[in-house]
Design a protein around this ligand. Structure first.
Ligand code: F6R
Length: 239
């Protein structure tokens, strides 16, 4: 793993953008795996700014998102579909038909998404990391070979995500459809961004701990092209 430590969230986003931009420049038809959440928001802002100021085009880019809540309508303000449109897709020239998010509540629908994913080669998979080391919605204990699946969210993830649902855990969906760790590892290159002290333990376990199912992100040790971009607080526990 290549680890880059930045002074703060903004620098982390700029650095991550450089990695992303390099992939897009080399291949304007790149397939990108995308994530939602606070971690990639700054990177998406950099992409939008670069599109507006430098005319970088996403016309031929294809995207596949990691995950989506089960049971939220597409246009719900907290759906990941809405997040991606609000933060990125509505501000660049990507074609709607080239953007993909998993949807549904059955394993059959999850398998269909995995088949679509298998039919392409992802050039860059972007990830955040949860406080418990989750990637996508792959919570501790998820087998590393797992493909797209329906997940019951853990209490800690429901609690963490309640900030988007009026801080009311009763409003947070209890299931998600998520690419598995095995799906994520199929990408040619992986870019993980993390900021803030609350991520420090998970980051340390991911990089320095053993590759174990109790820290899903530690599976990335098994991939040969991973770039981790951190702010100082998230990197604080590293040796
Ligand atoms: C989101 C996702 C999650 C987040 C993780 C960190 O698509 O897959 O694994 O990356 O929960 O979330 P933030 O960035 O909000 O701290």
């Amino acid at each position: 793993m290549r680890v880059i430590v930045c002074k703060d969230y903004n620098e982390m986003s700029e650095k991550a953008f450089e990695v992303m931009k390099d992939v897009i420049t080399k291949n304007p038809k790149a397939v990108l795996g995308l994530a939602t959440g606070s971690s990639p928001e700054g990177l998406y802002k950099c992409m939008v700014r670069d599109h507006e100021e430098n005319g970088t085009s996403y016309q031929d880019i294809t995207t596949y998102n990691l995950d989506e809540y089960v049971g939220l309508p597409k246009n719900h303000p907290e759906s990941y579909y809405t997040f991606m449109h609000k933060n990125l897709f509505d501000h660049i020239d990507i074609k709607e038909e080239n953007t993909h998010l998993p949807s549904g509540s059955t394993q059959e629908e999850a398998d269909t998404y995995e088949k679509q994913w298998d039919a392409v080669t992802c050039d860059l998979q972007l990830l955040g990391i949860g406080r418990n080391g989750h990637i996508g919605f792959n919570e501790p204990g998820t087998p590393f070979a797992q493909t797209t699946h329906i997940v019951d969210l853990t209490p800690s993830t429901i609690e963490a995500n309640s900030r988007f649902f009026d801080h009311d855990i009763n409003k947070v969906p209890k299931q998600a459809i998520s690419m598995g760790i095995g799906s994520i590892l199929k990408a040619k290159k992986i870019l993980l961004v993390a900021s803030g002290a609350e991520k420090a333990d998970a980051v340390k376990a991911m990089i320095e701990g053993p590759a174990t199912e109790s820290c899903p992100a530690s599976a990335l040790q098994k991939h040969d092209d991973v770039v981790v971009v951190l702010d100082q607080a998230a990197a604080a526990g590293l040796d």
